[in-house]
Ligand binder design. Sequence first.
Ligand SMILES: [Zn+2]
Length: 338
Amino acid sequence: MKRSSHARNEQFVFTLLIVFMLSIGAELQPCSASSADLQLEGFEYVKAKNFAKALECFNGALKEHPNSWAIMQSIGNCQMELGRYDAAIANLQKSIESGGLQASQCISMAAVYQRKGDAKKALNWLKLACSCEPSKASDPGIQAAMTRLLDPANNPTGSPTTPDYCSSLVSFKGWPQKAMPIKVYLRPNPQISGFFSVFSETIKDSLGQWRNATGNTISYKFVDSPESANLICDYTDHRELVSSQHDLGINGNTEMLVKQDNTPGSANIVVLVKDGPAAPFRNRALLTLCCLHEVGHALGMHGHSPNLHDVMFPVATLSGAATLSERDKNTIRRIYLR
Ligand SMILES: [Zn+2]
């Protein structure tokens, strides 16, 4: 077993930054008492991750101060959190037109493009933030975000319409036939034991979809202990366990030990099922997409697809059912059915 490991990880980079910026926006906006109250209430909802309610508050505040760039930015941030990326961009653009270009708006724009999976535009907006406010260039959060955005795994090249995306991946190497069936251990998390059955179902569904795509060339069985497994699957409500220097917007993480011949030796998937102990569990379809994506990495794909309809796109976006696309299926076949 070689010591080297690829960490293949994903996370939403900017959530904390956004919350931070929203509170700065509150200080910047001079306004009437009721508008201030509405904004403060909005920030409380943001903290509680209730973005629909927060949006209502900011919309109310904007009625009193229709030219406030800070409120427009808060609205844009909420739209982004609600997955309405075009509306978010439109509101942020209005905010820029109304208040002049601010570093915080650029960071919000970067966050939206990152969620859309457009690493290049996200990076350009971060660079713009640094030219608006040069101190941002030495901000460790911004530096870490830029490093992630520059990672070739987050900038898949190649055509989004070819039958498969092997050429867009940084590298790929499937598990050898002699390693089949892959021995999978699903590890219960005693802190969120009630979610174990949902997590197990989701991982089984994900493994099954990839296996079926290869006509059972990939096979797996479940084992009772981590010691006898070569694929360990964990779930967590601690965001720090799925963070790393790598991927963008998936909320999961796969680490792989590779053998001398570069084939997978063992892998560990960690999936974020809720963002903190008090938060609600994540949407089931998004969770399935995340598991499909991480299992894809664990099956030997390093890097991503440039097409947002593929589960191996660097950001989880619900554009339909949480199932493999034809390109996903063709890609795994090309890796395993040689
Ligand atoms: Zn990934």
